[in-house]
Design a protein around this ligand. Structure first.
Ligand SMILES: [Zn+2]
Length: 396
């Protein structure tokens, strides 16, 4: 293993060596062997904010910044990105969709199983950090919380099944695209992987996990240079999770059934509680719109929310509330005017100015989701949690 750094950075090599050794060994142990003789992490550290990785057979190029955060507050992202890319050494570089056997560089390679290639990798990248002792229980719960909030805050989940999002990726890539239209193979895929993992654990009474299914794909497909189809993946999962996984795929992978009841149930089996709490921001909670971080530019609007009816659009900037000029302090002014009628002034993307009145309704938007350990888990829940994460559940 080699780690290369380019760009302005001050890595803590001792800490990195310690953490990388743990998750690298854990991943290799899971699959039984490593498909390459050597491996190179090629880090491009940028002076500006960045976060991107591309996997190759015996290397990965990871771009992350800004320099002053990478080994401090963004260190978890640095680890998460590295563990994710390393997991790709098996899942996508060897365990490949049949549509990419071989990869045709002359045209689009449409496929429906991006939730395996990127979803399982996103999930396992973080799970491996926890299983190997790099992440704490709370850090792992924060990963789950990120997937949950990205999922529940994306209204595209009612419109596009994750299998279609995989196909669609060739059309407009990683662009946000039309509001509330699409889903992410990374994020939806991570939750599908989590649910699949828990289905396998329950079916095998804690004896097997999604790792066993991925190892099976590596041994039976990848090592024989055979690609897997969507149907093959369903069969492999059914082999480990019982014969009845087709309805699960129909609802959550090929359909747009609400994830909340099944997630609640799955977490409960593992001794966790799914918590929903109100957003601290009035713009989100009462009016149903979100802002780009550190600005007053609208980034998202909940359908059926009070602002959706005013004609406010993503990309518009709120410039005044009740004649008070707004910078990055919109929510402070919304709090200040909480019991008064609101008159809003916005600057549109094409520089025109618009004004409208805003009223809240008796409904809340963009609630926050998280998980915590149940206060009195049963012995069965404790056993399942340990089968799932290879860690004992620490109680509050
Ligand atoms: Zn990836």
């Amino acid at each position: 293993m080699h780690l290369w750094f380019q760009g302005p950075c001050k890595p803590d090599f001792q800490l990195i060596e310690n953490d990388f050794s743990k998750f690298i060994l854990a991943q290799i142990r899971t699959f039984g062997d490593f498909p390459e003789k050597t491996y190179h992490f090629l880090f491009q550290i940028t002076a500006y904010k960045s976060y991107h990785g591309v996997e190759h057979e015996n290397s990965t190029v990871c771009m992350i910044g800004p320099s002053y955060q990478v080994f401090k507050e963004s260190y978890e992202d640095f680890l998460g990105l590295s563990s994710h890319e390393f997991y790709h050494s098996w899942n996508i570089k060897k365990i490949r969709p049949v549509e990419m056997m071989p990869y045709d560089f002359t045209k689009e390679n449409y496929y429906h199983t991006g939730y395996v290639a990127e979803g399982v990798t996103t999930y396992m990248g973080d799970m491996m950090l926890y299983r190997s002792g790099v992440f704490s229980q709370q850090q792992f719960f924060t990963c789950i919380q990120t997937w949950l909030n990205k999922h529940f805050h994306n209204y595209g989940r009612f419109n596009m099944p994750v299998a279609d999002a995989s196909f669609d990726l060739w059309v407009d890539g990683y662009e946000p695209g039309v509001p509330n239209r699409k889903t992410s193979i990374y994020n939806e895929g991570a939750l599908i992987a989590l649910l699949t993992d828990i289905l396998i654990i329950q079916h095998s009474n804690g004896k097997q996990t999604l790792h066993d299914a991925m190892s099976y794909l590596y041994d039976v497909f990848a090592k024989k240079k055979k690609g897997y189809s969507q149907d093959d993946y369903l069969k492999v999962i059914s082999r480990f999770a019982g014969d009845d996984t087709r309805p699960f795929f129909e609802k959550y992978v090929w359909g747009t059934t609400d994830f909340e009841p099944i997630l609640k149930n799955a977490f409960e089996k593992m001794g966790l509680v799914l918590i929903q709490s109100p957003s601290p921001f009035l713009s989100e909670r009462k009016f149903g719109f979100r802002l780009q971080e550190g600005s007053a530019k609208v980034s998202q609007i909940a359908p059926d929310s009070p602002v959706a009816k005013t004609g406010l659009k993503c990309g518009d900037t709120i410039i005044a509330v009740n004649n008070m000029s707004i910078n990055a302090n919109l929510n402070q002014w919304l709090d200040y005017f909480a019991d008064e009628p609101l008159s809003i002034l916005t600057q549109l993307a094409d520089n025109r100015i618009r004004s409208f009145h805003l009223q809240s309704i008796d409904r809340e938007f963009f609630p926050l989701y998280s998980v915590k350990a149940a206060s009195q888990p049963t012995p069965e829940q404790l056993m399942y949690f340990e089968s799932w994460t290879k860690n004992p559940l620490i109680l509050p």
